[in-house]
Design a protein around this ligand. Sequence first.
Ligand code: PMP
Length: 426
Amino acid sequence: MTAAALRQTDLHSLPAPPSVAVAVQEAGRRVGSSADWHFAPAAAALEGSAIREILKVTEQAAVLSFAGGLPNPAAFPVEALRASTARVLADDASGALQYGPTEGYGPLRELVAARLSAAGQPTTPAEVLITTGSQQALDLIGKAFLVPGGALLARNPTYLGALQAFALQTPRVIDLDAWIDTGIRRAPQLGGGLAFCYLTPNFANPDGATMPTDVRRALLARLDDAGMPLVEDDPYGELWSDAPPPPACRALAPQRTLYLGSFSKVLAPGLRVGYVAGPRLAIELLTRLKQAADLHTPSLNQRIIAALIEDGTLDRQLPVVRAIYQRQRNALLAAMDRHLSRFATWEATKGGMFVWVTLRPDSGLEAKSLFECALARQVAFVPGAPFYFAAPDPRTLRLAFSTLPAACMDEGMARLSAACEDALAR
Ligand code: PMP
């Protein structure tokens, strides 16, 4: 879904993008006639992620890629996973390989509730739904809250996967900062109304930003006035570099907030286990929606994670993971200082996986043309434009420091600086 398409209110006015139209025609040809395939217009209009297309180009071995925001395999606790898988299968094979409750494996719900409570969010197991990655929670939330023609608030730029998860309901996405600035409580022209506010308050994807406590409080007060829920997406909160992030919004406003957590960045994303915590009424509705989506999150993976929490592996793992990303972040920021300051400015992110870069206006550089020069120099990043649902800034780009070893950062930024020179000489 393009940013422009996301802003459309009428789903029937969305033109099928050429890629979808071609795919539908080809599928039609394979079965004899395209007329047999009457996809729902909103589904047929969905586009694949522009970023996944970019990543395909950047995956060649010689390219130093700062593009993909994948967790670092060096941080996967492979041996502990092997041991706990064996233990789970030895102790409880029939449970681990059987269908399970939609809400999630009871002991894992209890462990998640206990960890959240210890972190300042008092939570009972009944207030936790285990999901198939936190991505599934986003999908369920879109289905639970959004009506066609409705609207939601998000920061501009925002996590593309969230916009994709909400896209089927074709909401208008409203810039959170602009909404705060206008001081409007409820905008009457918004048809279905503002369904919720979506926010990644810690080390956001893509711009690495962390919302300070006073801004969190002010936002929660505004949401209170507007009677609007907050969807707090926090997959990166544990990956702090220097100091833990401010208190979670759910700790400040438990009745207003659905908190999304994930084991993807602290254990392994291939396990596909995350969770959503919040008021029981909402959790029960999300559970019914999940029942229709996938019955439950894999029983084996939930038990493996419960075992890794119970035996202390996760708590031993967290400082190890933090140290890996901190080292890589420090190396990248130092290399950027050495090579990039003539061409760009940036904020030193305090954790997570990303540094958001703005090319200097007086340089005349733009991220899209720089991307081509960068590939020629065998270095890659993601241009910022796809992350914006409105008014993209063509001078922005995202550098991920999660996968490249610290020793590669200097060479990577030297190549990017050479690419800037090439782009200017064009
Ligand atoms: N939210 C954000 C902000 C993300 O960056 C990601 C993954 N890139 C997710 C949610 C989804 O993570 P998962 O489904 O692996 O928990």
